[in-house]
Structures are given as structure tokens and as C-alpha cells.
Design a protein around this ligand. Structure first.
Ligand SMILES: Cc1ncc(COP(=O)(O)O)c(C=O)c1O
Length: 421
């Protein structure tokens, strides 16, 4: 037990022995050995953190210590918005705690319809479908719209949900080099002309926080007759004049066929969605397994999402504060000589690239002990086998909090030997 009595799921010390030849878990031995070696070096498990209290979008209590949150995807700080909370409470009282059913059967409530209506208004598109998570939205849309004999063409650094959508579907999968317009062009050019093709892109790539050259990529996809899906999970709310994402920022209204998004980041709750102007978009509701064969979101969740989306549309002040915060942190970390994922602040994610797992965990732990939580990311989630400390900013961080974080990063980086010279 930890001092506070709270602990994430622990592995049993002496599990019963199963003969290796029929133990389906023996494939996890290298993973368990690596974790054991890491913990034996005296560090905490970066993947077993428990939030004992959450006081605001930027502050929590972890192991009894007040901690600045710099690793959540609460970009717009909507989780404690009074209107959002009130909407959730009203729906909880009016409709109960859950739907007990699929969207296809008894699981579509008034609030699901309202959430889809606000998405249509937010994106200015004719079709919107709410899924139970963003993961399921990618899984469902990609696997359903690209079928046998067709192609999905995806960036090598795509999110796991995009890869899993490809695995679940029957289309041929072609990868191109991360953010390389030329490689996308070359690979599309090698494919037969006739079959349907879906190019899958992300507005912001979540590991390094870099932005895609969507305008060039969409032009290339169009040239080869491919449809385009853009996952704007990490850009909704703060890119583009209406907060629609990087595609809006780069002037691609009307040129992207499908936009995937999530409620788990800027919207501040849980859920996923796809919006589109395709005239037959509604057909997906009858064919998409991750939409059909799962329970729909609780009404309180969709009610909070609707209120949050409606407020995000005009959240110009929050957008400005988020960008100020991202630039402030990026400049502070860059100036102390840390290696970052991008040259300048391209998004609300600032990734610090470290040498190896030992250095990354040492620095992560020093930061946590000093009262700052950041995400540690490691392969296979990261590109090119890198170990990262990923900072994600919130519109509600104060300049004072960012300056404190920069100071603590300096000390942690010195302790972990991550500073140059
Ligand atoms: C690019 C991208 N797409 C989709 C998802 C899945 O979103 P959700 O948390 O709603 O399942 C994530 C989550 O981190 C993501 O980063």
C-alpha cells in the first residue's frame, strides 16, 4: 500500500505457476521483466498513478501532494465548467445513470440527439455520429468505409485506434513516412486507379505535438481520387476560427470527407464522433460494428459534451490563453537546452525527448516529487523508439504555474543529466 492507502492495480507477488508450454501469459514475460527491473532501480511506476483528488483542470492531489497537472488532455479546461457540470447533473437526475443499450436499440436518448445536433452546428456539416469513445469512432469508421479490395493509406505515426481500425477492416493497408507529402504521393501513385481509397491523417500528432501539412496532403489525396479522413482529436476547440481543427486552420473546409474527434480532450468528458457531409453518411449507423455492438454513452456524459461543445465555439479567450501557455512553456524548456519534439510551439503538446527509459523515468519521478505531473511515453506508443516526457497545456494554467513548471523542469533535468554540457 502507498502512504495514502490508494494504489493502482498491483501484480500479485507469487502468482500460481502454470507450465510454460500452455501458459498464454508467457508472451508477457519480457514486459514483466522490464517492468520489474525498472521498479528495482527504485523508481515509481509511471503507469500506476492515482489521482486522489482533482481540484481543478490544472491541480490534483497525488500521493497526498498537491500537484500541477501537465499531462492531461484537458486543453480547454472544460471539466469543471459550471454549465457543463449543471447539464450533467440535470441529465443524470432526469434520465438515470445509463442507457443499458446500443444506439441502434433503446440506447438513443434525447441527449444523444442533442449532442449530434451540436456537432453538426459546430462543424457546419450535415452528418454527425456519436460513438462511445474516440477509439471506437476510428475503429468503426475506418473498418466500415474501406472494404475488401480497397485501400487505407495512413501516416506511419498514426494513433493506435487508426491502426486497429485498419486491422479490423478488410482493406489493404499502405503506410507512408510521417508527414511526408512526397511519400504519400509516391505510394498513392503506385496503387491501381479503380479501387476506392481512404487517406487517414491527423491534425496534430500527439506524441511530438507536430502539425500535419494537411493542405498539401489533402491536395495529393484528391489528385489520386482518394477520400480523406482527418482525426482532429488534439486540435478541436483551439485551431481555426471556429475551433474545428487544423483542417479549418489550413483552409480545407469542404475538402475533407470525414472528421473524427473525441470528447475526452478539449470537450472534457468521454466519447467519440465522426462528422461528414457525405450524402450517404447515415448508412454507417446500420453497418458499423463498434457503433452497433456496444452500449451508448450515459445521458449525463452526452449532456456535458453538448454544453461543452456549444461553449467551445465561442471560447476565443480560452484559445488565446492556451496558445500563450504553450508558447511560454515551449520557450522556457527550449531555452534551457532541452531537446523538444518541435522547433516552436505547434500545438498544446510540448514533448521533451530523452535519451532512454532510465533518464526519462528519473526525470519524470523528480518532477512528480516536486509537484508536477507529466506523461511519460515510450515505445511502442512513441515514434522511432523515443522516450518522451509529454507536457500538455490547459487554457486554465496560469503564467505563474508555467513558470513554476519551467523552474522545476530545470532542476529535474539537471538531476537526470538531461541538460547539455
Ligand atoms: C489521435 C487520437 N485519436 C483517437 C484517440 C482516442 O480517443 P478516446 O480517448 O476518445 O478513445 C486518441 C486518444 O488519445 C488520439 O490521440
Amino acid at each position: 500500500m502507498t502512504e495514502t492507502g490508494l494504489q493502482a492495480e498491483a501484480l500479485p507477488v507469487d502468482p500460481p505457476v502454470v507450465p510454460a508450454e500452455r501458459d498464454l501469459f508467457s508472451k508477457f514475460d519480457p514486459l514483466l521483466a522490464e517492468r520489474a527491473a525498472l521498479l528495482a532501480s527504485g523508481v515509481r511506476d509511471p503507469f500506476a498513478i492515482v489521482m486522489e483528488e482533482v481540484r481543478s483542470p490544472t491541480e490534483a492531489v497525488i500521493r497526498g501532494r498537491e500537484t500541477i497537472l501537465l499531462g492531461t488532455y484537458n486543453y480547454m479546461g472544460m471539466t469543471f465548467d459550471p454549465d457543463v457540470i449543471a447539464a450533467g447533473e440535470r441529465a443524470l437526475r432526469a434520465f438515470g445513470s445509463g442507457t443499458n443499450g446500443s444506439r441502434m436499440l433503446n440506447g438513443t436518448f434525447r441527449d444523444h440527439m442533442a449532442a449530434e445536433e451540436s456537432l453538426r452546428a459546430f462543424y457546419g456539416m450535415s452528418g454527425a455520429m456519436v460513438f462511445s469513445t474516440g477509439y471506437q469512432a476510428n475503429l468503426g469508421v475506418i473498418s466500415t468505409i474501406a472494404g475488401k479490395g480497397e485501400y487505407v493509406i495512413l501516416d506511419a505515426d498514426s494513433h493506435a485506434s487508426i491502426y486497429d481500425g485498419c486491422k479490423m477492416g478488410d482493406a489493404e493497408v499502405v503506410r507512408f513516412r510521417h508527414n511526408s507529402v512526397d511519400d504519400l504521393d509516391r505510394r498513392l501513385g503506385r496503387l491501381p486507379k479503380e479501387p476506392g481509397k481512404l487517406v487517414v491523417l491527423e491534425g496534430v500528432y500527439s506524441m511530438l505535438g507536430d502539425v500535419a501539412p494537411l493542405n498539401e496532403m489533402v491536395a495529393v489525396a484528391r489528385k489520386h481520387g482518394a477520400m480523406v479522413l482527418v482525426d482532429e482529436a488534439h486540435s478541436m476547440g483551439f485551431y481555426g476560427p471556429n475551433g474545428r481543427g487544423v483542417y479549418e486552420e489550413q483552409g480545407l473546409e469542404g475538402q475533407v470527407d470525414f472528421v473524427i474527434g473525441t470528447f475526452s480532450k478539449s470537450v472534457g468528458t468521454v466519447g467519440g464522433f465522426c462528422v461528414s457531409d457525405h450524402p450517404k453518411f447515415e448508412a454507417l449507423r446500420m453497418a458499423c460494428r463498434p457503433y452497433i455492438f456496444t452500449a451508448s454513452l450515459p445521458p449525463s456524459v452526452v449532456a456535458t459534451a453538448t454544453t461543452s461543445i456549444n461553449k467551445l465555439r465561442d471560447a476565443h479567450d480560452k484559445r488565446r490563453r492556451l496558445w500563450d501557455n504553450a508558447r511560454r512553456l515551449h520557450a522556457g524548456l527550449r531555452d534551457m537546452g532541452l531537446r523538444l519534439g518541435t522547433e516552436s510551439a505547434e500545438s498544446a503538446i510540448v514533448a521533451v525527448i530523452l535519451e532512454d527509459q532510465v533518464q526519462a523515468v528519473a526525470m519524470w519521478q523528480a518532477l512528480l516529487e516536486a509537484g508536477v505531473y507529466v506523461n511519460m511515453a515510450r515505445p511502442p506508443a512513441t515514434p522511432a523508439g523515443t522516450f518522451l516526457l509529454r507536457c500538455s497545456l490547459c487554457a486554465e494554467h496560469t503564467a505563474g504555474q508555467i513558470d513554476t513548471v519551467i523552474g522545476l523542469f530545470g532542476e529535474a533535468a539537471r538531476l537526470a543529466g538531461a541538460l547539455p554540457g
